[in-house]
Design a protein around this ligand. Structure first.
Ligand SMILES: Cc1ncc(COP(=O)(O)O)c(C=O)c1O
Ligand SMILES: [Zn+2]
Length: 421
């Protein structure tokens, strides 16, 4: 079944005449894609739930792809929703659930967006996909472009750690290292390059990257009738918050659910423009200069493309935003690994840090159902895991040295996750 989608301006209402222009010709805002869903019925819902395709594409009717043959999928979606009892007990939230997106094909939530974005790019006939990023988006765009038979170009600032770009290179991306700052010279060059070379731009300004709506669909399906009280999402550009909210609202408008959760944007205090805007009661996001943080993947100070809309979504959901320190983030990362068995990158663990903080301050009640999205794999940033000097020094193959080593490990209580503590 093919459906026509249109691009409409969320600010002034103007409709675009071209499917390849992402900005409103009248006011310059990023356009929003509209997909007609009014015809869907509850039996469609049940059919989607029964589909043998467990990827996000069982929700095909909600995505702006016209023909199923254009779908570029690596099996993204339907990630485990885990009742984390031990972790929940520790932080005082009995109904703590972890949405484990670390298992997505390239190890981060970006695959939800790029599966849809690249499918549309392929449908529109683009040959090359591009993005600026220092990590997760680069790898994801490169992987989906490879699967689609498209080239990919990834632009990063000088000084970006090799470990961050190697995954994109492995998928065949052309990685361009630029002598400049990410938010300034690199962003400017990228904008000009997209105009010059006609690449398919996969930044959050691409209106087709709405794959994160699937969080809402999957949670409704996996909870089977229960709507969580809170969904906490590590937030940078705001795509996740905005798309999730759209997803829940679509199901609400179709009568497939009766209520919606409160959404929470979890940010690093080094880059927390949503937190500042919520605290001020402002309708727009003021850019901040992002400082260093262990939560590298969400180190975004200027969520220019979608910030104001994600902010409105937070408010509409009766949710909020919260800032976490590096110490809180690292402690949450260690607890998530040690008590739930999931190794998430620091940025991803901000959701658990937020749950912990909100439970401690009473914002979250003990009996409420809380979902923390774990949005990226710990192996994306292995250097965040600290260990003692000489911790891995080889020991002599004797029981005496082993006893001595175990004693030493028990004593090394200086880290959030101390082995044999
Ligand atoms: C690991 C991780 N979590 C969360 C995000 C949040 O992005 P957004 O606010 O666009 O959903 C990102 C991307 O920037 C990320 O890499
Ligand atoms: Zn407009």
């Amino acid at each position: 079944m093919g459906r026509l989608s249109v691009l409409r301006c969320p600010k002034c209402g103007a409709e675009s005449t071209s499917k390849s222009l992402f900005r409103c010709a009248r006011c310059g805002s990023i356009l929003e894609v509209q997909v007609a869903i009014d015809h869907l019925t509850r039996s469609d819902f049940e059919a989607m739930r029964r589909s043998r395709d467990l990827s996000i594409w069982r929700w095909f009717d909600f995505f702006p792809v016209e023909k199923r043959s254009a779908i570029v999928s690596l099996g993204e979606g339907n990630t485990p929703l885990i009742h984390a009892r031990r972790l929940g007990e520790r932080i005082g939230v009995a109904n703590l659930y972890l949405k484990n997106d670390t298992v997505l094909p390239t190890g981060s939530l970006k695959d939800r967006s790029n599966s849809v974005g690249i499918s549309v790019g392929k449908e529109l006939g683009f040959a090359t996909a591009s993005v600026i990023s220092t990590g997760n988006a680069a790898a994801s765009v490169a992987a989906y472009a490879a699967a689609a038979g498209m080239q990919s170009v990834v632009m990063v600032p000088k000084g970006t750690a090799l470990s961050k770009i190697i995954q994109a290179r492995a998928y065949g991306a052309a990685v361009i290292v630029v002598d400049g700052r990410f938010d300034f010279e690199v962003a400017e060059l990228y904008k000009n390059a997209v105009a010059e070379f006609g690449w398919y731009d996969c930044l959050s300004s691409n209106p087709y990257r709405v794959g994160k709506k699937s969080y809402a669909y999957e949670l409704v399906d996996q909870f089977d009738g229960v709507i969580p009280d809170w969904v906490i999402h590590p937030t940078a550009g705001g795509t996740g918050i905005l798309a999730m909210w759209q997803g829940f609202k679509e199901f609400l408008s179709l009568g497939w659910i009766e209520r919606t959760p409160k959404l929470v944007a979890a940010q690093s205090e080094a880059a927390a423009p949503f937190v500042a805007a919520m605290a001020k009661g402002s309708l727009t996001i003021e850019a901040v200069v992002a400082k260093e943080t262990v939560a590298e993947s969400i180190q975004v100070g200027n969520p220019a493309a979608l910030g104001w809309r994600a902010l409105a979504a937070l408010r509409e959901s009766n949710g909020t935003a919260v800032a976490l320190s590096d110490a809180e983030i690292l402690a949450a990362q260690a607890q998530t690994a040690n008590l739930a068995g999931i190794f998430a990158e620091p940025a991803a663990a901000t959701s658990v840090a937020a749950a912990r903080k909100f439970r401690a301050s009473g914002v979250i009640k003990n009996d409420e159902v809380v979902v923390c999205n774990l949005t990226g794999h710990g192996l994306k940033q292995p250097e965040a895991i600290r260990f003692a000097e000489n911790e891995f020094a080889p020991i002599a193959p004797t029981l005496d040295s082993l006893r001595e080593q175990i004693r030493r490990l028990k004593d090394s209580a200086t880290f959030p996750s101390s082995p044999l503590a």
